[in-house]
Write a protein that binds this ligand. Structure first.
Ligand code: FAD
Length: 490
């Protein structure tokens, strides 16, 4: 197996999938030729077509109907939510996914006895947008909440100088605490959309611990510094997290439990899901989308096409010539967020309070989530799992990783001795944290509308209208989409 290094964005899905541990990564994947058996599994989990098999693979030709009411491009959580809801409403639906697994950046892959996330750590639980959307679809999810494990705080605060506080409010002085509460209360009525979270908070208090914590929280939720995130988005994230309260939870078995629930619902309602089946073109004529093209020139017709593959793919699949210039400019102008996670397994727990640690003042790390604090069975070996999250500030991924590593050592003195294995996972370039960040001009109502200028072509997923915590804003856009589809599908 050959690997085109220039295409590698560092996600490490290949490392997690290879049964022979024949792929290593330090931010760029590398095939270890002496271990590779040419099983080709890596080929089917790479979002960026980095792998070139030694012998050409036989094309995969699933049995596909010629026509569906709705075709969904991409089986991320957004595509699956829309597909499952439409199938439940009685429409014929097919979801096409390029990768060998459904869920995109919102699922887990089994690696050395542990469930390692492909991106998202957790939903906020039953009261979140995702939780309510699933309940409306009749999908029952078993959650492990803070309450279930005897905790009351979602996050604690830990600084590289070894200061540690069990909650934000306990970290702050009485004055700073009052200032923070005032800022959130006022922001609830009206948070200025053109002021950054940092400047907004600084207008209430100059307390360095408060501003540092706000920065870590903003960056943990979005990969962006609080100088780039609008105050309105920070307030929304805080309110969403407060609403979850002690019901803050992760689905038992990990976020893939949600993906399994959606996939099951789609199929039980008669919908189709085709994995390893990339869509190569959206067919457009006279400003209307009429179907899709798959490999080997196969065409599938549809009344509506829902695109879950992000703005970059949209331009490629539709063709720039078919998009109005102002819309094309908008899509091309979206500024994605590059971020990374150092996923670690340790023999001893690194902390034993809230499942998330916000880490202000670090060189790179902004937050560390421990999924096994909520669901220890996510690691069969009894190891403790940690997803240490950081924004990527420089193209030298190896150097970025070095800074994150040094942060872990400063935060947790026992890190080196306790570490069993780790996988660095970068979300950059063509496979970023998000294609449109939670930044000015790209939040809430300013995000892309589910309706595109091409008739019959709609958007679902991360980049579509909605505010709040990362993936949890996706169902907001999906609901809007479903409302607008009534007129298309009857
Ligand atoms: C490190 C990290 C941590 C995160 N943590 C959280 C968290 O804790 N909580 C949270 O709520 N959110 C979190 N998020 C955000 C969350 O993962 C995303 O918002 C969400 O997964 C996006 O879902 P989506 O459906 O929009 O897109 P994706 O997950 O990107 O799915 C799109 C799918 O479309 C497929 N596709 C693309 N092009 C084609 C094509 N041409 N043909 C067929 N298929 C195609 C892709 O392969 C992919 O599977 C995190 C993200 C990252 C990167």
């Amino acid at each position: 197996m050959r690997l085109i290094r220039e295409r590698c964005t560092g996600c490490a899905y290949c490392v997690l999938t290879c049964p022979y541990q024949a792929i290593a990564t330090d931010g760029w994947a590398e095939v270890l030729a002496n271990r590779c058996t040419e099983c080709n599994l890596c080929y089917y989990v790479c979002p960026n077509d980095c792998f070139v098999p030694d012998a050409p693979l036989k094309p995969y030709r699933p049995r596909i109907r010629q026509r569906y009411n709705a075709v969904v491009i991409g089986a991320g959580i957004g595509g699956l939510m829309a597909g499952a809801a439409l199938a439940r409403a009685g429409h014929s639906v097919a979801v096409f996914e390029k990768l060998g697994f459904p869920g995109g950046r919102y699922t887990e892959i089994d690696y050395r006895g542990a469930a390692v996330t492909t991106g998202a750590w957790t939903s906020l639980g039953p009261k979140s947008h995702i939780g309510r959307f699933l309940a409306d679809l009749g999908i029952q999810i078993d959650y492990r909440s803070l309450d279930d494990v005897g905790l009351s705080e979602q996050y604690s605060i830990r600084c590289p100088d070894r200061r540690h506080s069990p909650s934000l409010l306990e970290l702050l002085t009485a004055d700073a605490r009052r200032a923070w509460l005032r800022a959130i209360a006022r922001g609830r009525q009206h948070a200025p959309p053109d002021t950054s979270a940092h400047d907004y908070m600084a207008s209430f208090s100059a307390d360095p611990d408060l501003l540092g914590a706000v920065d870590a929280i903003a960056a943990t939720a979005s990969g962006l510094s609080c100088h780039l995130m609008p105050a309105s988005e920070y307030v929304q994230i805080t309110l969403d997290a407060r609403l979850a309260g002690v019901d803050f939870a992760m689905p038992t078995g990990g976020v893939r439990t949600i993906i399994k629930g959606l996939t099951r619902t789609l199929r039980e309602a008669g919908g189709d899901l085709f994995l390893r089946t990339p869509v190569t073109r959206i067919l457009v004529s006279d400003g209307r989308a009429s179907g899709i093209e798959l490999a080997a020139d196969r065409h599938v017709e549809a009344s509506v096409i829902l695109h879950n593959g992000g703005p970059g793919q949209l331009v490629q699949l539709v063709g720039p010539q078919n998009l109005p210039p102002d819309y094309l400019e908008r899509l091309r102008g979206l500024k994605g967020v590059d971020c990374a996670a150092l996923f670690c397994a340790t023999r001893q727990p690194l902390f034993d309070d809230a499942p998330i640690v916000m880490t202000p003042g670090c060189q790179r790390l902004v937050g560390v989530f421990s999924p096994t604090r909520l669901d220890p069975r996510l690691s069969r070996e009894g190891l403790h799992l940690y997803d240490a999250f950081f924004p990527v500030c420089d193209d030298d991924r190896r150097a970025e990783l070095g800074l994150a590593w040094a942060d872990m050592q400063a935060l947790f003195p026992a890190f080196d001795q306790s570490l069993v294995w780790y996988v660095p996972m970068f979300f950059t370039g063509a496979w970023p944290g998000t294609e449109s960040g939670q930044t000015f001009g790209q939040t809430g109502e300013q995000r892309l509308d589910p309706v595109t200028p091409i008739q019959g072509l709609h958007l679902v997923g991360m980049d579509v209208k909605g505010s709040g915590v990362a993936g949890d804003l996706i169902p907001v856009g999906v609901r809007r989409l479903l409302d607008t589809l009534d007129c298309w599908l009857g």
